[in-house]
Every structure is written in structure tokens, then in C-alpha cells.
Design a protein around this ligand. Structure first.
Ligand SMILES: [Zn+2]
Length: 231
């Protein structure tokens, strides 16, 4: 690959900007592109384009691109994943007016079209969060063999898997108000705080991956724990 400086398109003619818009969409293999996506792969900044053409959709139209991604191709899972990200970033339930670019991949209108209204979409999202794969893992029982000191083999039946699913993690973070249960640190208040969701009674000690045996801990508090069962 040739080493070259990135071309600045700030003062470029309209046609150059539209050309870069088309090139960027093509890079992603799409007929359209969002502002957030363009900022990843485009040579100009999306706000430059927005200013030049009046709005993002107008720029897309002039470039001969589609206004938005085909709604048919978007799965409910994608829509719910997006709500989850929004919720985590805000640390609370996202409001209707907050469901827009660049924070949200999809617009509030997309949710209205799919579910009837934003509040209905939230209702379905809650069902989705509560119906995660840990339910399935409760059905499939894992067997764990352990050899104890007297070399007797005891087979422990476990109700849950060790892994915490994304949806379960999210449930716990919401329940704990995005705060560390030990010291109260929260990424919403302090920059750089990293929250982990971990077993209270370690899985290796027989603790199950159930909501009541999970809690949010900041990285700092979690590091000191290891496998020791802190009271
Ligand atoms: Zn902490």
C-alpha cells in the first residue's frame, strides 16, 4: 500500500464530496450510508457534507444513493441491540427524541414503523432482554466432574452455564443502576470507570449464573477478587 497523506475535502467542490459519498457507500457494499458510517470511512467529515447540501438525506439524494437502508433487511435483533447500546451509553431508558444519528444507528421512525410506536418498541425490547439464551442453558444441564482429595468422583449438576450472556449482563447493569456494588463508581459520573458483571458466589464454587448471583463491579473492585469468596 502506498503511503500518502489523506486528502482534505473541506473546501472541495460539491461533485468531489458526492463522489466520496458514493465511494464510501460502495466500500461498505451498500446503496446508502449513515453519518456515523461515513465518519469511519469517508475523507471529509459528515458535518461538512451536511452543511454543504443542507441535510444528510439531501446529500444522499444528490449522490444518487438511497435515503436509508432498506427496512426489510433490518432484523428485530439489530433494532434491539441498538436500543441496548443507547441505553448503556445514556445509563437509562432512551427517550424518543434521542433515537437519532449519530447516537443511534436507526431513527425513531424505524421503530415506529416496525412496532407501532416507540413505547411499544421499548416493551418488546424488555421482553427480548428477559428472554436471553441463559433460559436455554437452564434446560441443557451441564455436568462437571471433579476429583476430590480422596479420589472419589463427584458429579455436580449445574443449572446454568458459566458464561453471562450480553442480555443478562445488560439486565444486571440496569438493575444495579450502572454502579459498582462495592464502591459506587459509575461510568456515568466518572470517565474511565469500567463495569464488569460477575458472579457473587464464584461459579467454580457452585454459584449459578442467575440474576440473583450476579452483580456489577468496577474493574478495580473486581480485580481484587479473583476466585476468593469475599463476604
Ligand atoms: Zn468499585
Amino acid at each position: 500500500m502506498k503511503f500518502e497523506l489523506e486528502e482534505s475535502l473541506r473546501g472541495a467542490p460539491d461533485e468531489k464530496l458526492l463522489e466520496d459519498l458514493r465511494r464510501s457507500a460502495k466500500t461498505l457494499g451498500r446503496e446508502t450510508i449513515t453519518m456515523a458510517e461515513y465518519d469511519e470511512v469517508g475523507k471529509a467529515h459528515s458535518s461538512t457534507i451536511q452543511r454543504r447540501f443542507g441535510s444528510w438525506p439531501k446529500a444522499l439524494k444528490q449522490a444518487g444513493l438511497q435515503q436509508s437502508r432498506s427496512k426489510i433487511g433490518i432484523s428485530d435483533d439489530e433494532l434491539f441491540e441498538n436500543i441496548k447500546s443507547l441505553w448503556i451509553n445514556l445509563g437509562r431508558q432512551p427517550r424518543y427524541v434521542e433515537v437519532k444519528v449519530p447516537n443511534s444507528i436507526f431513527s425513531a421512525g424505524t421503530y415506529e414503523n416496525r412496532f407501532g410506536s416507540w413505547s411499544k418498541a421499548l416493551g418488546r425490547f424488555v421482553e427480548w432482554v428477559n428472554s436471553d439464551s441463559s433460559e436455554q442453558s437452564k434446560v441443557s444441564i451441564e455436568e462437571q466432574s471433579t476429583v476430590d482429595a480422596t479420589s472419589q468422583i463427584s458429579v455436580e449438576k449445574r443449572r446454568t452455564r458459566r458464561e453471562i450472556s450480553d442480555r443478562q449482563r445488560f439486565r444486571i447493569l440496569v438493575r444495579d443502576g450502572f454502579r459498582c456494588k462495592s464502591c459506587g463508581a459509575s461510568p456515568l459520573i466518572q470517565l474511565g470507570v469500567e463495569l464488569h458483571v460477575d458472579h457473587i458466589l464464584p461459579w467454580s464454587k457452585g454459584g449459578e449464573t442467575t440474576d440473583d448471583n450476579l452483580e456489577s463491579k468496577c474493574k478495580q473492585c473486581n480485580l481484587g477478587k479473583g476466585n476468593a469468596f469475599n463476604v
